[in-house]
Design a protein. Structure first.
Length: 272
């Protein structure tokens, strides 16, 4: 039974007189909790010697939670499962995503760094091919790609062609792709420069990075499901990300994990 408005003021006065607390107000609506799925990818996300998660994306999520006030919890999964969960509407957020028309039907994409893939070949073969076209013409040669990855317009068009010739092996992670390249089971993979340090030190065979698609610069984005995260919360998260870009916080995060010579090329040109 509702208390008449005319009786509410005397009731509050009596509660105050006897030292009793006033009736609790309804809590303000919160933001989240939302799950953010990370994936192992070089300096974007990796584990230190103690097994603790580190990297650009982990630090970005922490800063985003603090700046927005939204409750964000992280898990680690494979890239293929992450995109499948977003498509089925069972995941809220992921990091370092590359927008495509198909993906933009299920999520919003907010950039926070830029990069482009290089061709990665064994050093002994670096002089065999000067371009994607050269490799395509060398019919026996094979490529390994990570399931769910998008690389940029030129490289993805190239991969469509080699897939049509059944020359592509799909693997679960970049580390797996690197291993099959070093083992000689494939002749080419694609990777970002900031994904290479650390892997090379632990491998017996060196590799060469070749810039075969300089026009294929891509933006790494925070990917937020439009079916799982409401408009108000998306606006709140996006405003927080823009604030982190504007005040240099994202630059600080990148500098913490990326080699100095790659830092300028990784920053968004119009971040501030």
């Amino acid at each position: 039974m509702r208390t008449p408005a005319l009786l509410l003021v005397p009731l509050l006065a009596l509660l105050t007189l006897f030292g009793l607390p006033p009736p609790a107000r309804a809590a303000e609506p919160g933001c989240g909790p939302f799950t953010v799925s990370l994936y192992d990818f070089g300096r974007l996300f990796y584990r230190d010697a103690q097994g603790q998660g580190q990297g650009v994306d982990k630090d970005l999520v922490d800063a985003l939670a603090q700046r927005s006030g939204c409750k964000l919890s992280t898990i680690v999964d494979s890239r293929a499962r992450i995109w499948d969960q977003l498509a089925r509407g069972t995941l809220e957020i992921t990091t370092s995503g590359v927008a495509t028309p198909e993906r933009e039907r299920m999520a919003e994409f907010w950039p926070y760094f830029r990069s482009r893939n290089r061709a990665v070949v064994r050093a002994a073969q670096a002089q065999q091919w000067a371009s994607l076209a050269d490799f395509l013409a060398d019919r026996p040669r094979r490529v390994a790609v990570v399931k769910g990855f998008r690389h940029g317009q030129s490289i993805d068009a190239f991969l469509d062609q080699v897939r049509a010739e059944h020359r592509v092996d799909e693997v679960a992670s970049f580390e797996a792709a690197y291993r099959v390249l070093i083992a000689g089971r494939v002749d080419l993979i694609f990777g970002h420069p900031f994904n290479m340090p650390g892997l090379e030190a632990g491998m017996a065979a060196p590799v060469a990075l070749l810039d075969w698609a300089p026009q294929d610069e891509v933006q790494g984005c925070l990917v937020v499901s439009t079916s799982r995260v409401g408009v108000a919360d998306r606006q709140r998260l996006q405003a927080a990300l823009k604030s982190l870009l504007r005040d240099g916080s994202v630059d600080t995060i990148l500098a913490r994990h990326i080699r100095p010579e790659l830092l300028t090329a990784s920053r968004l040109a119009d971040a501030r």
